[in-house]
Structure formats: C-alpha cells, structure tokens
Design a protein around this ligand. Structure first.
Ligand code: NAD
Length: 491
C-alpha cells in the first residue's frame, strides 16, 4: 500500500510492457497544487516515439492472446483483485486527486471508493458477455461473436482523474482489449498508480500501458495511430471533435467521446419539496467546484418560485467551507489551474454586460493562499442566448432563467448545443413524463428528497449533440469496447 507522498516522490515515466520506460520526449511539465500554487512534481512532456513504442507493445500483447485469449473467468479473477487493490488504496487516490487537481477529499461523488465499485462492476461483467445467433434457414448458421476491439487508446481529463481513468480501464480490460492510457498532463499520478496496481493484480505487462505528456503531442499521436483500433476519450467538446477528425485522417478507428455539458435543472412550482430541490441543485453545482460535466449549471425555474428558491440556494452557497482540498474539513476546493481560474472569472466579469444580475458570489476567495479559489456564484435574469447560459464554464457559476409554461421550459432546456444530463423537479407525473420524453439528454425526474440510488454502476448514458458520441457506463457501455464479429456457415 502506498501513501500519496510516496506516489509523488517517484519520478514519473511512461509504463510500457509492464516496466517504467524513459520518455523519449524533450522537457517536462510542472504539476502544481491548485490549493496553494506550489510545485508538486513534474512529468515528462512525452513524445510520438513513446506512443509508437506503447502501441507496438500493446499490439503484441493483444496478438499473443495473453489477455484477449484467456478464459474470461481468469480475466475476471484478476480484475476483481484489481478492484480490491483500488478499494484498499482509496484514501491514497483521493489524496492524489486532491493535491493534484483540487477535488476535496471529503467529496463522495466520483471518489476512489466509488471508482473501485465501478471497476468491480466491470470485473464481474467479464464472463457475462454473450453473442447472438441470428435466425436462418435450416441449412445455415449465423452468429454474431462479441470480440475485443484490439488496441484501445484511452485519453482522460483532469476533473475526476481516478474515476475517469477507471471508467475507461474497467470496460476496456473486461472486454479483453490491450490499452494505452494517456491521462491529463495536469493529473497523471492517480492513473500511474492505477497502472501499477493493475500489474500487481496480474494484468499482463503490455496489456496495460501508460504514456504521459501534452495532449496535442501524445494524445494526438495516440488518436492518429494507425495501429490503434479504438480511441475512448473524455474531455472537452473541442478536443472530442478532433478525435473524430484524427480517426478520419488515420484508420477510421472507433471513437467513443464523452464531452462537455450545460445541464439544466428544471424546477416546476407544482408541489415539489423546495428544500430538497435546493439541496440537490447546490450539490450538483458545487461538487468539485462545478468542474463536473454533469453539473446542473442552468437553473430554469418557474417564475412564481424563483425568488424563494434563490433565497434557499444563496443560503446553501454561503455555507461552503472553502480551503485546501486535502483538508477533510474542506467542502469547496480550488479550480484546477490558473488558466481555468482566469476563464471562470472572465465569464463572471462579462455576465452583467449581457443583462445578468449577480445574486451571490462573483469574487475570488482566499487569494493569499496562492490557490485558485472562486466563490460559489449565482446570476439571475440570464438571457438564454448569453454566454453563461450557452457555454460550459466548468466552474461554480449557476445561471438562472425564469419560465412560465411547460413548453417554454422544454425550449430552454433544449436550447444549447449540448445534451448530457437534465434534472427535472415536478410533483406532477404527467409533466415529468412529458419532460423526460422531450429533453434531449439523459433525464432524471424528482419531486423531493429520495433514498433511491437508481441503477448505480449499471447506469448507461449516451450523449446528444455536442456532448459526445457513444454510450458509456453499464453493460451497454461495455459493448462499446466489443466488436460484433459476424460469422456464417452454410451446409
Ligand atoms: P481537454 O479536452 O482539454 O483534455 C482532455 C484530454 O485530452 C487530456 O488528456 C488532454 O491532454 C487531451 N488532449 C488535449 N488536446 C488534445 C489533442 N489536440 N489531441 C489529443 N488529445 C488532446 O479536457 P479537460 O480540460 O481535461 O477536461 C474538462 C472537460 O472534460 C470538460 O469539457 C468536461 O465537460 C469534460 N468531461 C466530460 C465527461 C463526460 O462524461 N461527458 C466527464 C468528465 C469531463
């Protein structure tokens, strides 16, 4: 078991074929602690040659069948061991993420314990993959085999470094693929530790590899590589679109791209529990300081309860405990980087020019710490066309627009280029059903505080619009990492 201090004390290198490899890239990238701006470590800047080497080794491992060709029950045992190892080091993973990108260790959504459970879901699914036999006449036989795709390039963002890496590694390994993982240059250490643990659990060297460095060099080389069969990407819409271009410019590899969001919270005045709604809305914008793709960043509220709901939200926003993300008492950490801080502050400063009215927040916090803190912020009277209603800010900024009718609520909810998640608050089942059908996103409907936990790790989502392409999560997400291999016999 390793502490986060021990993980950061190592000199990070790519891990290829089961062992550390010196990067062939020139230079390094500083890794900073966003809670205080101090340098934590540095990673190699990476190179195209690193990617070539990792893909070559991953391909060899795949062709030899040391993972793709073994009984699924054997793969499952190894992956269950890995789930246990992740669970055992959950505290370390949470600390790594806290000091590297500012997710408070107190955060329970998408934390390392949840990542271990998510991994276990896929470990258990390993031997549940079945193909199909198609209807034929009596003298022929036609089957669809479900086979691994081959070499998968996985490119992940910084916002939940452990969880996002597990979301790729779990299904890709369960399906029998070989992997080259490329984490964000801002948060590579938890991914490095995951790869070390995978090797310890018994995933053969070469089946899992990691390369480090800049996205436009290392990530691009991976997504453009002619010997990579699939690229699975989580990150911004702009880079997700590049993934599709890279695939088109190289070998037409399969692209799974989970990208940005501008998710609505739609609140009707029809008898819902307003306190429960306020709790949920605050949680879904303040978790990880709003740096969550599924954050409910647009509050669309029926005009009659707008003022009352804003009072409740302002009270909740005022109760955050901002501070060092590694301190267990902290509920609200810093933004990941200075550029991210500047981006968020620019949106805040420009919002009034488009007619928005500041309700609370709007300023930096704890500047003397050297950390990238921004106060939880609410704007009301936000025009649907305003930048803060249309663009993904990726910070703790809630934009509020009032509506009068159900049709208006649907029009507003669908009024951005994104379609990731939508949260509807209504006590009227008919309204809930109509909203669920009409909103082009993954939709959840509530009327009050619930104890229901939904489908958990079996949950699947497939984005609409500029939020991405392809299903992730659950058994349907596992299918993204499998190829339908059609075989027919005639006799
Ligand atoms: P990003 O797109 O800047 O980077 C994501 C990854 O792509 C990183 O590893 C980066 O190095 C790499 N990359 C950057 N440029 C590249 C290029 N030209 N070619 C190849 N790779 C490149 O995103 P980010 O800032 O790290 O993460 C935040 C974004 O991730 C937000 O938009 C958020 O909504 C999105 N996100 C989406 C989901 C989802 O499930 N839909 C989940 C988490 C985060």
């Amino acid at each position: 078991m390793q502490s986060s201090e021990a993980v950061f004390a190592k000199s990070p290198t790519p891990i290829i074929g089961g062992k550390p490899e010196q990067s062939r890239g020139v230079g390094s990238i500083a890794v900073l602690n966003p809670s205080n701006g101090k340098k934590l470590s540095e990673i190699p800047a990476g190179s195209v040659e690193d990617v070539d080497q990792a893909v070559k080794i991953a391909r060899e491992a795949f062709e030899k069948g040391i993972w793709s060709g073994i009984p699924t029950g054997e793969r499952k045992k190894v992956l269950l061991r890995l789930a246990d190892l992740i669970a055992r080091e959950a505290e370390t993973f949470d600390r790594i993420d806290a000091v590297e990108m500012g997710k408070p260790v107190s955060t329970w959504r998408f934390n390392a314990a949840a990542a271990a459970d998510h991994f276990r879901f896929y470990a258990e699914a390993t031997d549940k993959v079945v193909g199909k036999v198609l209807p034929t006449d009596a003298r022929s036989y036609h089957a669809l085999r479900q086979v691994p795709r081959g070499v998968v390039g996985a490119i992940t963002p910084w916002n939940f470094p452990t969880f996002n890496a597990v979301m790729k590694l779990g299904p890709a390994l369960a399906a029998g693929n070989s992997i080259v993982l490329k984490p964000s240059e801002m948060s590579s250490f938890s991914a490095l530790r995951l790869v070390e643990l995978a090797l310890e659990a018994g995933v053969p060297g070469g089946v899992i590899n990691i390369v480090l460095g800049h996205g436009h060099v290392v990530g691009k080389a991976l997504a453009m590589h002619n010997d990579v069969d699939m690229v699975t990407f989580t990150g911004s819409t702009a880079v997700g679109k590049l993934m599709m271009q890279y695939a088109g410019m190289s070998n037409m590899k399969k692209v799974l791209a989970e990208c940005g969001g501008k998710c609505p919270q739609v609140v009707f005045d029809d008898g819902i529990d307003l306190d429960a709604a306020a709790d949920f809305i605050a949680l879904y914008i303040l978790t990880n300081q709003g740096q969550v793709c599924s954050s409910g960043t647009r509050l669309l509220v029926q005009r009659s309860i707008e003022t009352k709901l804003l009072e409740k939200l302002t009270a909740r926003f005022g109760k955050v405990h901002a501070g060092d993300a590694a301190d267990p008492a902290t509920t609200f950490g810093p933004l990941v980087s200075k550029p991210q801080l500047e981006k968020v502050m620019k949106y805040i400063e420009q919002a009034p020019q488009a007619g928005a009215e500041l309700v609370t927040g709007g300023q930096r916090l704890l500047s003397d710490t050297g950390g990238n803190f921004v106060a939880p912020t609410i704007f009301r009277n936000v025009q649907p066309s305003a930048a803060i209603a249309q663009e993904e800010i990726f910070g703790p900024v809630l934009s509020v627009t009032a509506f009068d009718t159900e049709d208006e609520a649907i029009w507003l909810a669908n009024g951005t280029r994104y379609g990731l998640n939508a949260y509807v608050w209504t006590a009227n089942m008919g309204v809930g059903m109509r909203m669920a059908e009409a909103i082009q996103s993954t939709v959840s409907v509530r009327s009050g505080a619930t104890t229901g936990k939904g489908s958990g790790h079996a949950s699947t989502g497939e984005p609409f619009g500029d939020s991405g392409i392809g299903a992730e999560g659950g058994m349907v997400g596992l299918e993204s990492y499998l190829r339908n291999h059609s075989v027919a016999f005639f006799y």
